[in-house]
Design a protein around this ligand. Structure first.
Ligand SMILES: *Cc1c(COP(=O)(O)O)cnc(C)c1O
Length: 398
């Protein structure tokens, strides 16, 4: 039999759970895109987005997913033939590098593997070695969604400065914005990319590029930027359509407005604190299960873990069978392992991820963990005792 009837829970690291308020806000007739309510709403949303990113600078909005935001950010400040340095801690650093390579940008990878964060000393050394100062930007991933490694972005800025290097610091916060603490201005980040479907709790389809004055100067020095990706007009439009380079993504904007209202009502500090405590509850459960049997948290040191996604190793075929069990029997969909083994390699079935970003609370997390524990028992996968109790003990601190 199955116990999956009821509200499903998509516990993958994006798209994330959509709040009813976001769904309701989108359920309406098409608005006028030439005057009235929609135009005022978008003007008012720009400062609210900047508040979430903790930036005084600008934001450009694109009708795109995260890959589009990656390309948009690069198109504005890096010309074909110029060089970027990418410290990678999983699939997503490589992904941004592939986009850069396809734009004709020269990419230097600094690979830190799949289980440890960026070592700022190695980054500093690589920048010092660039005596010709040809590296134009460092492309950092705040949270790598495949490995669930969280990198110390402020430490990367210190490394760049310690090397006396003029490179821009660009950060991918697609998986971390409104989940993990991020302070764009205070940490000295010049360009930041985000997308709507993770911590921002809105359907996939909006990409964001935030940038400061230093990045705007780099943009001004570019010989040519393709019209659609150019952030200059989007960030400071004279006509409404220029925000989006054409027709506005009307319903996404209503959804995003509702999501931003929820974030500001809770308060960004409390949003971060909630993600922190729910993540700790998940780690506590996983640590208890890991005492016996094959389950293992991918990132050993909690300081280097994302608060929005947790990557787990459990050995093939248990990752796949467990995911299938909790989906079929319990109505919870977990994330596939990404970037840990090639699809087609039997080892691919030994990984899975828990998404816990955005509209997630204690009972959802405890329900997801309970479903996983039921799956471990049903599939006779050995595991240590006390997982749910350990999670509850963390939640009891709230
Ligand atoms: C999800 C994600 C992306 C890609 O976003 P898409 O919307 O799938 O294009 C890039 N970087 C990180 C860190 C992500 O989590």
């Amino acid at each position: 039999m199955t116990l999956s009837q009821g509200r499903p829970y998509l516990a993958i690291p994006g798209p994330s759970v959509m709040p009813d308020a976001v769904l309701r806000a989108m359920h309406r007739a098409s608005p006028n895109i030439y005057e009235g309510e929609l135009l005022e709403m978008v003007d008012g949303m720009i400062p609210d987005l900047a508040r979430v990113a903790r930036i005084k600078g600008d934001v450009a909005i694109y009708i795109s997913n995260g890959h589009g935001a990656w390309e948009a950010a690069l198109a504005n400040v890096i010309a074909p033939g110029e060089r970027v340095l990418i410290p990678a801690t999983g699939r997503f650093g490589h992904g941004w590098g592939e986009i850069a390579g396809a734009l004709g940008i020269e990419v230097e990878m600094l690979d830190f593997g799949k289980r440890a964060p960026v070592d700022p000393d190695r980054l500093e050394a690589a920048l010092r070695a660039d005596t010709g100062r040809s590296i134009k930007a460092v492309l950092a991933t705040h949270v790598d969604t495949s490995t669930s490694i969280r990198n110390d972005i402020a430490a990367m800025r210190k490394a760049i400065d310690a090397a006396g290097h003029p490179a821009l610091l660009m950060a991918d916060c697609i998986a971390s914005l409104a989940c993990d603490r991020f302070e764009m201005d205070a940490w000295g980040v010049d360009v930041m990319v985000a997308a709507s479907q993770k911590g921002l709790m809105t359907p996939p389809g909006l990409g964001f590029v935030f940038f400061n004055d230093k990045a705007a100067q780099a943009r001004a020095g570019m010989e040519r930027v393709s019209r659609y990706w150019d952030w200059t007009v989007r960030a400071r439009p004279e006509m409404f359509y220029q925000y989006f380079g054409g027709t506005a993504p009307t319903h996404h904007l209503y959804g995003l407005r509702a999501a931003l209202d929820m974030i500001h009502e809770e308060g960004i500090e409390r949003v971060w604190a909630r993600h922190e405590m729910l993540a700790r509850a998940i780690w506590a459960a996983c640590t208890a299960w890991a005492q016996d049997g094959p389950l293992e948290l991918n990132v050993a040191d909690a300081r280097n873990r994302s608060r929005a996604v947790t990557s787990l190793r459990i050995g093939a075929p248990h990752g796949t069978t467990l995911r299938q069990w909790v989906q079929d029997k319990a109505g919870v969909t977990l994330g596939i392992g990404l970037g840990m083994a090639e699809p087609g390699d039997p080892a691919w079935h030994g990984f899975f991820r828990m998404g816990h970003m955005g509209h997630v609370n204690a009972h959802m997390v405890q329900g997801m963990l309970g479903a996983v524990q039921a799956g471990l028992i049903a599939l006779e996968i050995p595991h240590g005792p006390g997982g749910l109790e350990a999670a509850a003990a963390v939640m009891a601190e709230a």
